[in-house]
Design a protein. Structure first.
Length: 267
């Protein structure tokens, strides 16, 4: 089996504690090329959920990673995106469905007693805003302003990314929402979008693969965002990947266009 090497300058923070959630998880931080040399420069940051899958095939689901480190290195060196810091936030295994769910939806309807998620997305959002982000901002040369702070994820990680962005736009403004689990709790995310009274200044990348079950739901989500005032190709970019399924390999293929939309170089 080929040994995968992490690309670029990646720091590991093992067992980072959360008082809010009462647990500890590993955090990986990718620092862009030139970070050490350019000692005054500050960088935008994106926090990516399911951190096990972001950089390293050895820890990722089914041994397939997103390759965000390789993609970012290449795009930065080609001057196609601005240099940025990428924070991969590990999920907590069995707790993932609780932390990433914005509502207390049913996890397993087949079980005799309907098993429900605890719907901890708001608490998880507070962990990111009140515990992890202040630590990252102290430890690294970030640009801490909300305008330069992003969130990303896929599947339930994509759902929680969009939910937290809508709930807490005072902290996160650039969202990479890949194949979000729109079906969750009878389309709870539609209700959240519909409840927006004043459009927050979020820049959103939204995608889906046409081989995913229920992929048309992403088109409906797009329409609801547009109704709320997002402008396609300006602050909202939507992509339907033809024939793409719901998998790490499919998401890896869309990291490049997502980063190019969310973190373009200043022209």
């Amino acid at each position: 089996m080929p040994k995968h090497t992490l690309t670029g300058n990646i720091k590991r923070h093992r067992r980072f504690p959360s008082k809010i959630l009462g647990n500890r998880r590993d955090i990986l931080v990718y620092l862009p090329r030139g970070y050490r040399r350019l000692s005054r420069r500050r960088y935008p940051v994106i926090y990516v959920q399911d951190g096990q899958n972001v950089f390293d095939a050895a820890t990722s689901f089914a041994g397939v990673e997103w390759g965000v480190d390789e993609t970012a290195e290449r795009l930065i060196s080609e001057n196609l995106i601005e240099p940025l810091i990428i924070v991969a936030v590990a999920n907590m295994g069995d707790e993932r469905i609780h932390e990433y769910a914005p509502t207390r939806g049913v996890i397993d309807a087949k079980a005799n007693r309907k098993k429900r998620s605890k719907g901890l997305a708001r608490k998880y959002g507070h962990f990111l805003m009140d515990e992890l982000k202040p630590y990252i901002d102290r430890k690294y040369r970030t640009n801490p302003d909300p305008e330069f702070t992003g969130l990303g994820g896929s599947s339930l990680g994509g759902l929680v990314t969009l939910a937290i962005g809508i709930l807490y736009p005072q902290t996160f403004r650039r969202l990479m929402v890949m194949s979000p689990s729109i079906w969750w709790d009878d389309f709870a995310i539609y209700r959240l979008v519909d409840s927006i009274e004043q459009k927050p200044p979020l820049k959103i990348w939204l995608d889906t693969g046409t081989a995913e079950p229920g992929w048309e739901q992403a088109r409906e989500l797009l329409n609801r965002l547009v109704e709320k005032g997002w402008k396609p190709h300006k602050d909202l970019q939507y992509m339907e990947a033809q024939g793409a399924d719901h998998s790490e390999a499919a998401w890896a293929g869309r990291v490049e266009p997502a980063l190019r939309f969310l973190f373009p170089t200043e022209k």
